[in-house]
Design a protein around this ligand. Structure first.
Ligand SMILES: Nc1ncnc2c1ncn2[C@@H]1O[C@H](COP(=O)(O)OP(=O)(O)OP(=O)(O)O)[C@@H](O)[C@H]1O
Length: 171
C-alpha cells in the first residue's frame, strides 16, 4: 500500500551467473544474461524466429539479489563469495540467533555452480563454511552466564527425486 513500510518477506530469492566454462568458451558461447541491480535480463540467443515472435524479445526478471560472477575484471559489478555471504548469509545468521530455523536451497542444472556457491573451495570458501565460522564465532562472543546455544544442522541433496543426507558418513 502506498506510504506503508516495505513488506519484508520470509523468503529471499537470489540468482547467480557463473563464469563461462572451458567448453562454453571453446564454443564461443555468447553470454545472453545481463544484470542491473535486482533485475536479470535474458536476451534472445539470436535465432531464425520471425520478427513478431515473442521469443525474440528480451525478458526481464526481478529477484531480491542478482549476483554477477561472470567476470572478475568487471570489479564494479562482480559478486564474489564474500558478497554472496554478506547478502544472504548475514541475515540468515541474524534470524538464526533469534531462534528461527533457517534454510538455504540451491537450485540449478548440473554445472551451474550450486556446490561452488554453497561450499566453494579452500581459497574461495562458500556460504556453508562462512556461515559455520560466523555462527560459532558469534556463539562464543555472545556467551552469557546461565544461557546456552544449541545448534542443529542438516545438509541434504535432492537429485533425481532422491534425498541424500550429505552428513551421513555411511552415504
Ligand atoms: N561463481 C563461480 N565462480 C567461479 N567458478 C565457478 C562459479 N560457479 C561455478 N564455478 C565452477 O563451475 C564448475 C561447476 O560448478 P559446480 O560444481 O558448483 O556446479 P553444480 O551446480 O554443483 O553441479 P552438479 O549439480 O553437477 O553438482 C566448477 O568447476 C566450479 O568451480
Amino acid at each position: 500500500m502506498e506510504g506503508s513500510p516495505a513488506c519484508e518477506s520470509n523468503v529471499t530469492v537470489a540468482v547467480r551467473v557463473r563464469p563461462l566454462n572451458r567448453r562454453e568458451r571453446d564454443l564461443k558461447t555468447k553470454c545472453v544474461v545481463e544484470m542491473e541491480g535486482n533485475q536479470t535480463v535474458l536476451h534472445p540467443a539470436g535465432s531464425n524466429l520471425g520478427k513478431g515472435d515473442s521469443r525474440n524479445q528480451s525478458k526481464v526478471f526481478a529477484y531480491d539479489y542478482c549476483f554477477w560472477s561472470m567476470d572478475e575484471t568487471q570489479s564494479d559489478k562482480f559478486a564474489g563469495q564474500d558478497i554472496v555471504f554478506q547478502c544472504l548469509g548475514e541475515n540468515l545468521l541474524n534470524n538464526a540467533f533469534q531462534g528461527y530455523n533457517a534454510c538455504i536451497f540451491a537450485y540449478g542444472q548440473t554445472g551451474s555452480g550450486k556446490s561452488y556457491t554453497m561450499m566453494g573451495s579452500a581459497e574461495q570458501p562458500g556460504l556453508i563454511p562462512r556461515l559455520c565460522s560466523s555462527l560459532f564465532e558469534r556463539t562464543i562472543r555472545e556467551q552469557r552466564e546461565g544461557e546456552s546455544f544449541t545448534v542443529e544442522v542438516s545438509y541434504m541433496e535432492i537429485y533425481n527425486e532422491k534425498v541424500r543426507d550429505l552428513l551421513d558418513p555411511k552415504g
